[in-house]
Design a protein around this ligand. Structure first.
Ligand SMILES: Cc1cc2nc3c(=O)[nH]c(=O)nc-3n(C[C@H](O)[C@H](O)[C@H](O)COP(=O)(O)OP(=O)(O)OC[C@H]3O[C@@H](n4cnc5c(N)ncnc54)[C@H](O)[C@@H]3O)c2cc1C
Length: 387
């Protein structure tokens, strides 16, 4: 027998999380949308409250001070996070790159533990103006100079760069080795030659800021390398499953669920032609389509999370989930705006904001086309499909 029920303990955690988001985060959403940042004092206050309840750094392993939750729990938490703004989630619950787990020796005291305690913020920087989907095509390079490395190049679109104290940065250490010639470095804000450049304002997700990074002859001791030389790309790919599944798939399900709830309420309340608009079959069809797609995406997310919790590496399924859940969110957001009519398009309600926020899910962490290509390549190579 397959048991799909959520154990009581998890249900309680999720209810507490939901209540916390409603009471502590929701009141600040409009301010963050308008100001396009989370005030540092507000971030500190929210983080302290989240820490007191054990909600901070939940996804990091217990042996480094995190909550140590598994993939299923992570996805269920992400569903809750989808009910509020990404910037508030990052500042309140932590946005700690999984790659920090590769810290060794003194790196653990300098970066890993302070990040898990919420004392510092770390951003993950891979994308460059000429290398997005093609992460192996980066040009930022790190040249050996005695026992140091000299870094030159640039990154862009780096989330949290405005608040980050440190950065995990990929750079080419051996151009002759292609994918195996990329390494990862820990670089502190303020390191001579390193500049956090302009903020690149986006269509949505306001408050989560993205910036350029510029490296001009940045000298780093070899001890700032994270993991082994030449493993940078593989490190990034080894942890990206969880990001794509939870932070994109689970979050998309949560965001879509919020839109679904708002649409149901509006369809029941809004009256035209003497009836609630929910009585019109064409509105009903939109609601039914939304609910069906959300259900499908949720099952895909949780099934794939279960596989990860079993110690498997379901990367084709993760690609299917990333692709399907982000496209689902786009369809749901579009229908929600339609159900709200002119009010859906009007800035007096947050529907237009959610519609803008939804758009990027099909682009970052591997665009839909790239994930479809991954799935298709796997099907053709294996001659079968994963169940
Ligand atoms: C809001 C936001 C936050 C981000 N945060 C970060 C961050 O914190 N750190 C970081 O390193 N990066 C970050 N990124 C970068 C993000 O991961 C890239 O934008 C993404 O990987 C796509 O790369 P690109 O924008 O260069 O698009 P491109 O790679 O130029 O793609 C353009 C188009 O070509 C298509 N395409 C490309 N290759 C193929 C292919 N092989 N087959 C079919 N179609 C293809 C794409 O699907 C897309 O439609 C962020 C981006 C955004 C928008």
């Amino acid at each position: 027998m397959i048991d799909f029920s959520i154990p009581e303990e998890q249900k309680l955690l999720l209810e507490n999380l939901r209540r916390f988001i409603e009471t502590e985060l929701a009141p600040h959403e409009a301010e963050v949308e308008e100001k396009q940042f989370v005030r540092p004092e507000l971030a500190a206050e929210l983080r302290a409250k989240a820490k007191a309840l054990g909600f901070f750094a939940m996804y990091m392993p217990e042996d480094c001070g995190g909550g140590g939750v598994g993939a299923i729990d992570m996805c269920l938490c992400e569903e809750q996070f989808g009910w509020t703004k990404d910037a508030l989630v990052r500042r309140t619950f932590g946005s700690i790159p999984f790659a920090l787990q590769n810290c060794v020796g003194e790196q653990r005291d300098k970066y890993l533990f302070p990040a898990v305690r919420g004392d510092i913020n770390i951003a993950f920087a891979m994308t460059e103006p000429n290398a997005g989907s093609d992460a192996a095509g980066i040009r930022t390079h790190a040249k050996r100079d005695g026992s140091d490395f000299i870094i030159n190049g640039s990154k862009h679109f780096i989330s949290d760069a405005d608040v980050a104290d440190g950065f995990i940065v990929t750079a080419v250490t051996d151009p002759a080795k292609g994918k195996r010639g990329i390494s990862t470095f820990l670089i502190d804000r303020g390191t001579p030659g390193f500049t956090v450049g302009r903020t690149q304002y986006m269509m949505g997700l306001r408050g989560t800021n993205n910036c350029e990074l510029i490296f001009e002859n940045v000298r780093l001791p070899a001890s700032q390398m994270l993991g082994q030389e030449g493993e940078g790309l593989f490190q990034a790919l080894s942890i990206i499953n969880l990001v794509r599944l939870g932070l994109v798939g689970g979050r998309a399900v949560g965001m879509a669920s919020k839109l679904m709830k708002m649409s149901i309420d509006y369809a029941n309340e809004r009256r035209q032609f003497g009836k609630s608009i929910g009585e019109f079959q064409m509105v009903q069809a939109m609601l039914a389509d939304m609910a069906t797609e959300i259900f499908a995406a949720r099952m895909m997310v949780l099934n794939t999370a279960w596989e990860i919790d079993q110690g498997r590496d379901p990367r084709e399924k993760v690609s299917m989930v990333k692709y399907f859940a982000s496209e689902m969110l786009g369809h749901v957001a579009d229908k929600a705006v339609q159900i709200f009519g002119g009010m859906g398009y009007c800035k007096e309600l947050p529907l237009e904001q959610y519609y803008r926020d939804a758009r990027v899910y099909r682009i970052f962490d591997g665009a839909s086309e790239v994930h479809r290509a991954v799935v298709a390549r796997s099907l053709l190579k294996s001659g079968t499909h994963p169940l």
